[in-house]
Design a protein around this ligand. Structure first.
Ligand code: ADP
Length: 448
């Protein structure tokens, strides 16, 4: 105890002074007492000055031999060390929170109650275009000025998020929401929903397209049915009735093809890709498509087939059959009578199995080429419909290609014809290809 120790020293000095007084008289006693007190004072001053010197760098161990101050120093030192540890821990926690908020996929901005920016994470800098430290203290509404955003910010509360255009990238959409927290503080969370919005638009367009595609043949069917139902007996001549039935059959077939293509697309989208597919039997697939094309052409085209025997790919036969059929049937349908369609199945450059379907048909203008594989995209809507097209064929081919590590290539020139290629990855090769077989036209057929 500090005071007990000091009391002990005072009593000792007083006892010494009393002894001196008894031995040498009153003055000596007082002189001894004063000298004792002076010594005690010097000792304390020395301790104090060491304490002062130590406070300049309190991370050092406290100075020893400071007498009564020593205990205080040790306690101060312990307290200071604990504080240092607490600060380090707090700093680490803050750092890890900061790192976590930087890693968030959403933009986060902390604001004052009146929308002045305090801090923001990396994503907010990217999608809201905030620059720190330059924009710290700026009013957010001066930086993000889109009317939708300003209107949303000016609401009294924000129970629902709102989709607004990104101020930093005009082609992106953000879902934003304000959240009040702490004491008069506000959080802005901004999530990039461009992809989701695009998907939503695609879904809406798709539903609208399907409804539209089905409505047309249904309207025609209904029209004929009503005419037949409402006509008095015998009012429709048998041959006219026959024509009606023929047209109704055509429209029903159109709906059937549409539904079949939609089902194929949905199966392609929802089913898992085989991890270890077996050989698909491409030569047999092409042979079946050859019969289909021959029937469709009805002898009006020259059909040429260059097939490498034994060349096959690992894949799903039904999917590949659908892709090959779509490409070849398109070539026949978009080639006027007298034209040529040639199909080649061979090992291309770098050992890639390649299917090439070339026609001398109507061709496609360059501006349409990037959109041909979109669902329901047609260069000439009425021509496609008239020839029984659903507008889904190339979308199916593209899907099948993706599921088989293949690239779909399209080259076309209006009035001169088109070439569609499916180039499979060399790893997909299956079956035994005879050396040099790919160079020979093994099956050439003229169907005229
Ligand atoms: P569709 O059922 O209308 O043929 P696709 O998806 O198969 O639908 O093809 C999309 C569009 O691409 C067609 O409407 C047509 O305009 C064009 N097209 C496809 N293949 C050919 C081709 N071989 N020659 C010319 N145009 C083609």
């Amino acid at each position: 105890m500090l005071w007990l120790r000091n009391l002990f020293w005072l009593l000792l000095i007083a006892a010494g002074a009393l002894i001196l007084r008894a031995a040498f008289g009153g003055n000596a006693g007082w002189i001894g007492f004063s000298a004792g007190l002076l010594f005690l004072l010097v000792l304390h001053l020395r301790g104090l000055s060491r304490l002062l010197a130590w406070t300049a760098d309190m991370r050092q161990a406290p100075p020893a031999a400071t007498g009564s101050w020593e205990e205080a120093l040790v306690r101060l030192h312990r307290h200071q060390r604990k504080q240092e540890r607490d600060i380090a821990e707090a700093r680490e926690t803050v750092q890890s929170w900061l790192a976590a908020s930087q890693a968030l996929p959403d933009g986060v901005v902390t604001l004052t109650e009146d929308f002045h920016i305090d801090w923001c994470n990396r994503e907010a800098r990217r999608n809201l275009g905030i620059r720190l430290p330059a924009d710290r203290g700026q009013n957010l509404l001066n930086l993000v000025r889109s009317p939708e955003f300003v209107r949303y910010a000016q609401q009294s509360e924000w129970p629902e998020p709102r989709v607004v255009p990104s101020p930093a990238h005009s082609d992106r959409q953000l879902m934003v929401q304000f959240i009040d927290y702490g004491r008069r503080q506000r959080l802005l969370v901004a999530r990039d929903v461009t992809q989701i919005e695009r998907l939503e638009t695609t879904r809406r367009d798709f539903v609208a397209n399907v409804s539209h595609e089905l409505r047309t043949p249904l309207t025609v069917l209904m029209g004929f049915l009503e005419t037949i139902r409402d006509a008095p007996p015998g009012a429709i001549a048998p041959e006219q009735q026959g024509q009606y039935f023929e047209m109704m059959h055509e429209q029903s077939q159109r709906m059937q093809s549409l539904v079949a293509d939609l089902l194929t697309l949905s199966t392609l989208e929802s089913s898992r890709v085989h991890e270890h597919p077996s050989a698909a039997g491409m030569v047999a697939i092409i042979d079946t498509v050859r019969q289909q094309a021959t029937a469709l052409s009805g002898g009006q085209h020259t059909l040429q087939w260059n097939i490498t025997p034994g060349l096959d790919v690992h894949g799903t036969a039904t999917e590949l059959a659908s892709a090959v059929s779509n490409l070849v049937v398109n070539a026949v349908r978009y080639t006027p009578a007298g034209g040529t369609v040639s199909v080649t199945w061979c090992l291309g450059e770098e050992g890639s199995p390649t299917l090439t379907v070339t026609d001398t048909g109507i061709g496609v203008e360059a501006k349409h080429l990037p959109r041909l594989t979109e669902r329901f995209y047609r260069v000439d809507r009425s021509r496609s419909r008239a020839s029984g097209g659903t507008g889904l064929g190339l979308a199916i081919v593209k899907h099948v290609a993706m599921r088989h590590d293949a690239e779909l290539g399209i080259a076309s020139e209006p009035g001169r014809g088109s070439t569609f290629t499916l180039v499979f990855a060399p790893e997909r090769v299956a079956g035994a290809v005879k050396p040099g077989a790919e160079k020979t036209a093994l099956a050439a057929e003229l169907d005229r």
